[in-house]
Write a new protein. Structure first.
Length: 436
């Protein structure tokens, strides 16, 4: 199976490193947790180790130590494309090396073999009422495939622990092969009067996804290759990735784990942000009947802040710079849709908002993140239903979820079980008295 040999070559090295850290440095103190951190969602508190991706505050996201720009330049590309094959990115996350074109295509070929979605999955989607959110359909569809989990079947037979990751990888390849078809089915059912589009087996995964969404413009295939790369992972401690990891740590199968992760991604404070960013820009254009001037943007931004709301797409929990993922999409827009009204508006907002946010003295990071422009590009290519954007996001992010869960099983990571305290305990600790 593709990726097995590559992961096998790395597993023993990482197991030894992990065991040595625990044995020789298990008492080393990483951080002192404050009451404020406990009461505010353990923000910034280190809770686990993952080498798959990391966010550097001053330079942005890294996949296996490679920056976004390095990944864009080093990974193999589809013929005639500016952007890497999705199979190559997945190989990098799982296999910890930049693949050759042949290896990236092996992943793409493996996905083609596994892409058939069971009929019952579509039946479950069809059973939802018209008012259902596309993310609820997506999560339920992923969850339903647990019925065919190879990991669950082998676990019931008494599979040894050091073999868990093999079947988790097998399930992960099935899942990641099917998710674009499931997402496209939901889109066409909900927004195109159920006019389904059959896949094109000659296309790579991202281009085929674009095709199944109803757009065969080569530029949209390019955008989807870029989109899949930029959204695939983002550390393993954000809400969705951590949720998938947490559920997986209980030895739940990959479908249960990823469905749980998607449920976290659905929240307005997490993955739904891309939808809110686009809606804010659309409302801005509507307010001023087209591309707003600098003064009009300033007026609209100050009004938004005065109402106690944030400027969607600006700021980040970790980053302290312009998100390189924003920059990559901005460059795509300048090359492919420079005259688009919404794109021009997004660029004008970028020119105005950071200085306004800096002037408030309350914002630690006034720069745009990936969400500030994602929907703008999708709008241009006809995907105008903003409540679908988080499904697009999830289709890519599931690949990151699976990489983390497979590696957690390969390294034998334990079930995650942090400790909760009562308010009385905290008060007693602070005062130095007994809480008993």
């Amino acid at each position: 199976m593709i990726l097995e040999d590559r992961i096998e070559a790395n597993v023993m090295i990482w197991r030894e490193r992990m065991n040595r850290l625990i044995k020789e440095h298990g008492d080393y103190v990483i951080s002192n947790v404050t009451v404020a951190q406990i009461c505010s969602g353990i923000r910034g508190v280190p809770i686990q180790i993952s080498d798959i991706s990391f966010v550097e505050p001053e330079s942005g996201l890294r996949y296996r130590t490679y920056s976004i720009n390095e990944v864009l330049n080093l990974l193999p590309r589809a013929e005639g494309s500016r952007y890497p094959l999705t199979g190559g990115i997945y190989y990098l996350l799982m296999g910890n090396e930049i693949p050759t074109y042949a290896k990236a295509m092996q992943v793409e070929d493996e996905w083609r073999k596994r892409a058939q979605v069971p009929k019952y999955v579509y039946d479950i989607i069809d059973a939802f009422p018209e008012t259902a959110s596309p993310m609820s359909m997506f999560s339920a569809a992923i969850l339903s495939m647990s019925a065919q989990s190879k990991f669950y079947q082998e676990y019931q037979k008494g599979m040894p622990k050091d073999k868990y990751w093999y079947v988790m990888l097998d399930d992960s390849l099935d899942l990641t092969a099917r998710t674009p078809r499931i997402a496209a089915y939901i889109y066409n059912k909900k927004y195109r009067n159920n006019q389904q589009i059959q896949p094109d087996e000659n296309l790579d995964l991202a281009a085929n996804f674009a095709h199944m969404l109803g757009n065969d413009d080569p530029a949209y295939a390019e955008l989807m290759r870029l989109f899949m790369l930029l959204h695939m992972d983002h550390e393993n401690a954000n809400v969705s990735a951590h949720t998938a990891h947490l559920v997986g740590s209980a030895l739940s199968d990959i479908y249960l784990s990823c469905s749980a992760g998607l449920n976290g991604l659905s929240g307005p404070l997490h993955g739904l942000a891309n939808q809110e960013c686009c809606n804010w820009l659309l409302n801005l254009c509507k307010e001023y009947n087209g591309v707003p001037t600098t003064d009009q943007i300033r007026e609209y931004v100050l009004k938004t802040l005065a109402e106690g709301r944030v400027i969607p797409g600006y700021g980040h929990a970790v980053l302290r710079c312009v998100d390189p993922r924003f920059t990559a999409q901005m460059e795509f827009g300048k090359r492919n849709l420079p005259d688009d009204v919404l794109f021009r508006t997004a660029m004008n907002v970028f020119a105005v908002v950071p200085d306004i946010l800096k002037a408030t003295g309350k914002v630690s990071n006034p720069w745009p993140n990936v969400d500030a422009i994602t929907g703008t590009l999708q709008q241009h290519y006809g995907i105008k239903e903003t409540d679908f954007y988080t499904v697009l996001f999830g289709t890519s992010r599931i690949m990151g979820f699976t990489a983390h869960v497979v590696w957690a099983r390969a390294l034998g990571k334990p079930i995650e079980r942090p400790k909760a305290l009562t308010t009385r305990m905290l008060e007693a600790m602070i005062s130095g008295s007994s809480y008993r």
